[in-house]
Design a protein around this ligand. Structure first.
Ligand code: CA
Length: 340
């Protein structure tokens, strides 16, 4: 009893920057993607059942401007597009969601992520795609929101959504303004204010500012960070990791989504984890920190175990939430450590 009270006090202290006082947030990265092909509705249902607080949606557009849930602007690493629509290949050898209508996209069979050149699965021990049923399909954003809200109602447990606007600069260069199309869909399903169970995320700093200052997004907003110092779209992650950059960011965003390597590293095998100053600096700027991604089958360099990664992220670094491919393991870790 005494231990649990102490642990609860410990966690409440850590999560002061989030809306929830229940402990760090568990964000199902592309659904329960460690077990079911990413972004399929079964992957979302499983993550919901395993206790995720938030379910992630990556969003790209079809040729007819329908927002769909896919991690990449490309289709060739998660579907049979190369077989069904061989003539849609661009000069760079890739197949783009933006080159297919929704009706065409719906004909694709979605499978576990694979290397388009070798045909081999990216994660060897995950779902066996030779068994992928034909019902594994690309969902529209609306279909997924309807599905999640159906589950929220039937289970009595509300899982939030965590949509990402993918490559807005590229979409605009192709003649499609993805943010302008996505925001009304979110609003129609009740995701519009900071009180709603939603975090909107984007890698492009100029778009994060545009979403807040020009497009009128009033919900919570997360600036994602890549592993690069600076991106082609102008996002300067070195500056955005400095006290001045974080202070500027806090004028528009509610939190940051950095890769785990910007939070914690293991300098050598057997060494203790080394925490960077980013979490403390972000917290000083009143920004929540939700890094990505916990993967049992892809640990950071020199990290000894999945358990050690959880300890380092939650206890040593003190993050406010985390993207995980393995919702059940992360929820179980938080429960065992008094944060659920
Ligand atoms: Ca994402």
């Amino acid at each position: 009893m005494k231990t649990s009270v102490l642990l609860a006090a410990f966690w409440l202290g850590l999560v002061a920057h989030t809306a929830s006082a229940a402990g760090p947030l568990v964000i199902a990265h592309r659904g329960a993607s460690g077990y079911v092909p990413e972004h399929t509705l079964p992957a979302k249902a499983y993550a919901h059942a395993l206790g995720a607080d938030y379910l992630e949606q990556d969003i790209v557009l079809t040729r007819d401007d329908v927002p769909v849930v896919l991690h990449d602007i490309y289709l060739d690493t998660v579907s049979d597009v190369a077989v069904r629509f061989p003539d849609r290949k661009r000069a760079d050898g890739r197949f783009y969601a933006l080159d297919l209508s929704l009706a065409e996209l719906k004909q694709l069979r979605v499978r576990e992520r694979f290397n388009a050149k070798t045909g081999l699965p990216v994660y060897a021990l995950r779902y066996d795609s030779t068994n992928a049923p034909s019902t594994f399909a690309v969902s529209t954003l609306e279909e997924e929101l309807q599905f999640i809200q159906g589950l929220n109602r039937s289970t009595g447990r509300v899982a939030g959504i965590y949509p990402e606007i993918k490559q807005p600069k590229w979409h605009r260069e192709q003649g499609h303004d993805i943010s302008k199309i996505v925001l009304p869909v979110l609003a129609r399903y009740g995701y519009a204010t900071k009180a709603d169970a939603c975090f909107l995320q984007c890698f492009e700093y100029s778009e994060v500012k545009r979403l807040r200052n020009e497009l009128g997004w009033k919900g919570r907003l997360i600036q994602l960070y890549s592993t690069k110092a600076k991106e082609e779209d102008g996002s300067d992650f070195t500056y955005l990791s400095s006290p001045a950059g974080l202070k500027e960011l806090a004028a528009v965003a509610d939190g940051i989504g950095p890769p785990l390597g910007r939070i914690v590293t293991w300098p050598a095998a057997g060494a203790a984890p080394k925490v960077t100053e980013l979490v403390a600096l972000a917290h000083a700027a009143k920004l929540a920190v939700h890094p990505y991604t916990l993967r049992r089958d892809e640990l950071p360099k020199n990290c000894p175990s999945f358990e050690a990664l959880h300890v380092a992220a939650f206890r040593t670094a003190g993050v406010d939430g985390i993207f995980t491919d393995f919702t059940d393991v992360t929820v179980a870790w938080l429960k065992a450590n008094g944060a659920r």
